[in-house]
Design a protein around this ligand. Structure first.
Ligand code: F6R
Length: 240
């Protein structure tokens, strides 16, 4: 894994957006894998600035998001559907976007359909990931085994607590989600893992240098041939 330590969150966001812009320039019909959460918001802001300035054209780009709460209404302010529209998709000219459907009648069928859709688009060229304080990627939570394919999964107690900040009350955080699995993520040609802030330092250290274990899901990224970890100085606190 390559480690890129940036001075602060803004620099991290600029660096990640620059890599995305370069990919879109070299492959205008590329497939991006995107994440929600706080960490990539700055990257999305940079991409919007670049788009407004005429520096990037997403008109042939397809995006697949990593995960979605399940069940959740698309119209809910907390859905990742809503999050992506607000923070990126409604503000650029992206051709096609996909997010697991939190309103699907059957979670297992939605997982299988999502997996097929990614394959039908030729797979993901570049996957952006955040990391949970507990080491999760997507909603692949710590557990006894890695799950390969897109799956319906309970959220870890620590994830429910961490994500309560987006809801009026912790009790409103959905208890389940649909997430790309580890094999789904691994099929991406290139992966960028983003982390900002001292709260992520321990997870970043273990992801980079710890044993490869499903108890620390991000550690499996050590096995992927093209991963760049972009962190700010605070998140790099234990690896330097
Ligand atoms: C979001 C996702 C999660 C987040 C992670 C970090 O789509 O899959 O794995 O990337 O929970 O979230 P933030 O960036 O809010 O710290």
């Amino acid at each position: 894994m390559k480690l890129s330590v940036q001075k602060n969150y803004e620099a991290l966001s600029r660096e990640c957006a620059k890599i995305i812009r370069e990919l879109v320039a070299s492959k205008p019909n590329c497939v991006l894998g995107l994440a929600t959460g706080s960490t990539p918001v700055g990257t999305y802001e940079q991409l919007i600035h670049m788009y407004d300035a005429g520096d990037v054209d997403f008109s042939r780009v397809t995006a697949f998001n990593l995960d979605e709460y399940f069940p959740i209404k698309k119209s809910s302010d907390q859905s990742y559907y809503h999050f992506m529209r607000k923070n990126l998709f409604d503000r650029i000219n992206i051709a096609q976007t996909f997010i697991p459907d939190g309103e699907a009648p059957d979670a297992a069928a939605e997982c299988a359909a999502y997996e097929e859709k990614i394959a039908a688009h030729g797979g993901i060229d570049l996957q952006i990931l955040g990391i949970g304080n507990n080491g999760h990627i997507g909603f692949n939570e710590p557990g006894d085994a890695f799950v390969a394919a897109t799956n319906y999964t309970p959220l870890d107690e620590s994830t429910i607590k961490a994500n309560a900040r987006f809801f009026a009350d912790e009790s409103e955080v959905p208890r389940y989600a649909v997430t790309m699995g580890i094999r789904t993520i691994f099929r991406a040609g290139k992966i960028i893992l983003l982390a900002s802030g001292a709260g992520k330092a321990d997870a970043i250290f273990k992801a980079l240098h710890g044993p490869i274990t499903p108890q620390m899901p991000a550690s499996v990224l050590q096995l992927h041939p093209d991963v760049t970890v972009i962190v700010d100085e605070d998140a790099a606190g234990l690896v330097k």
